[in-house]
Design a protein around this ligand. Structure first.
Ligand code: NAP
Length: 478
């Protein structure tokens, strides 16, 4: 028997999880369930993470979780228990398939949509590093690492191989965010040749959204950053019938968490009307992860036969004639052993998880130099007042003021264009003698000098690694 931690979750969670569990048991899959708590009830008991230690212990033992949706009740704890689980166990990949279902009529029916979004799951804006720079200006750090990119890109190609898929598209906003989004694009282009049998291409993420609505059947696997993937994968689930049909897997090197994309839909809790397909799909993905391919195929076929027979839940057919959650589940169990007439079978192979070093350092430059300093300040005056004051303060120092910008647009020296400024500014200082590098002692002296007259909010060193500028230019900076 294989141990699986079972988290029923909140709202409609217990109903969909019970449906999936009954079907998995009926398929004969040798699973031993270990039920554990997480979510709303745990928050209400006063545990701010929403995830008790015995749930963490169970997952550490089983390394596989089937999980219902977890609610983040307002007023109890700040962090989502879902995000806590994903981060605690470093499930860095979120796999979200979207495939057309028989009997589920959408504007795209008959187009043969069968794609998978592979979303990076722990980095990007979801690192959750936010600060108010001034009382009126907020900032969120977009953290993208070479290691994170390498893991997600390799996983996307390995996933394509495991499912016999023929192409992987990388969707980024690298045209604007050249260092962060661009890191995923560059890593993708470097790794793609290692998978010569799989076609690879890059697409700008906004065009990807456009293409997904216009011609979704052109996509197979899409690999993307966390925020892009969050948005694109909700879009792709809508193409095939909505959240009731969208399963997902959170995969890491140690632990895998399988769940529906949807939330706890509290208004339907206990009504026995919701669609359990997304959670059943998640259970099928879990069985494949456990190399129980026959049972996974049997459940998938039984689900498809049930849909082909016209047994459909309220979200598809409305109230009249809808099957209840339990009746839909019973119909799937009755169909175990039957084969779908309409679903082209895939041949699945075990997914090979990428092996990436545990060493935190992925890129080691031979030469590094600090060419200057960005000092972010809070200031209520005009660009000229700030610029001339900064110029005066650094007159006899090793750096000079290059520009002042406001939200990334140069405002000093003036460009003659109207910029509506806020009270958070960046002052960019660069070395007067371009050969030398700034030492930390130089930086601290400079900072104490500026702090005599200005309220600084944070600083960033302007690095060069192996002679290459490791920072972006402001709009209007030469
Ligand atoms: P939601 O629970 O996904 O529900 C939004 C709507 O989607 C429902 O009102 C319903 O649409 C439809 N829907 C969702 N699941 C369905 C199903 N199985 N069958 C049929 N229809 C379904 O989103 P929410 O209302 O924004 O979030 C509720 C709570 O869930 C929040 O506390 C949120 O934080 C949490 N959440 C958890 C997860 C997770 O655990 N992974 C994910 C997302 C949200 P109609 O109203 O049109 O019928």
């Amino acid at each position: 028997m294989t141990l699986v931690t079972l988290i029923p979750g909140d709202g409609i969670g217990p109903e969909v999880v019970d449906s999936a569990r009954r079907i998995v048991d009926a398929s004969g899959a040798p699973i031993e369930w270990e039920p554990r708590q997480a979510g709303a009830e745990v928050f209400k008991q006063g545990l701010p993470t929403g995830v008790p230690q015995d749930t963490i212990d169970s997952i550490s033992r089983s390394r596989v979780v089937l999980k219902g949706p977890l609610e983040t009740p307002v007023g109890f704890g700040e962090k989502s228990a879902n995000v806590t689980l994903r981060k605690l166990f470093e499930t860095y990949a979120n796999i979200r398939p979207a495939r057309e279902f028989p009997g589920v009529v959408t504007p795209y029916s008959g187009r043969g949509i069968d794609l998978v979004v592979v979303r990076e799951n722990v980095e990007d804006l979801y690192a959750g590093i936010e600060h108010m720079q001034t009382p009126g200006v907020a900032q969120c750090l977009k953290v993208i690492s070479r290691k994170g990119c390498e893991k997600i890109v390799r996983l996307a190609f390995e996933f394509a191989r495991a499912e016999g898929r023929s192409s992987v598209a990388c969707a980024t906003k690298s045209n604007i965010m050249k260092l962060t989004e661009g890191l995923l694009k560059r890593t993708f282009e470097e790794i793609a040749p290692e998978y010569p049998e799989i076609e690879s291409w890059h697409v700008i993420v906004d065009n990807c959204a456009h293409q997904l609505v216009k011609r979704p059947e052109q996509f197979d696997v899409i690999v993307t950053t966390n925020m892009n993937g969050d948005i694109l994968s909700d879009l792709t689930s809508a193409l095939v019938g909505g959240l009731g049909f969208a399963p997902s897997a959170n995969l890491g090197s140690d632990v895998a968490i399988f769940e529906a994309v949807h939330g706890s839909a509290p208004k339907y809790a206990g009504k026995n009307t919701i669609n359990p397909t997304a959670m059943i799909g998640a259970a099928v993905m879990m069985l494949r992860h456990l190399n129980l391919f026959d049972q996974a195929a049997a459940i998938e076929n039984a689900l498809l036969c049930t849909l082909e027979q016209g047994t459909l839940t309220r979200d598809v057919v409305g109230d009249a004639g809808a099957a209840s959650t339990t009746a839909f589940t019973d119909a799937i169990i009755a169909n175990l052993g039957n084969e779908s007439a309409s679903w082209p079978a895939r041949s699945y192979r075990p997914l090979k998880m990428p092996e990436i070093t545990r060493d935190p350092v992925m890129v080691r430059p031979a030469v590094r130099r600090v060419a200057g300093l960005d000092v972010f300040v809070e200031f209520g005056g005009t660009p000229d007042e700030l610029g001339t004051s900064m110029q005066r303060l650094v007159e006899s120092s090793p750096v000079e003021l290059k520009i002042v910008d406001n939200r990334g647009t140069r405002v000093f020296p003036a460009t003659g264009t109207p910029t509506d400024c806020v009270d958070a500014w960046r002052c960019r200082f660069v070395m007067r003698d371009s050969a030398a590098g700034l030492s930390d002692a130089d930086l601290l002296t400079l900072l104490s000098r500026l702090a005599e007259e200005h309220r600084f909010t944070h600083i960033e060193k302007l690095h060069e690694f192996d002679g290459v500028q490791a920072y972006s230019k402001a709009q209007g900076e030469d």
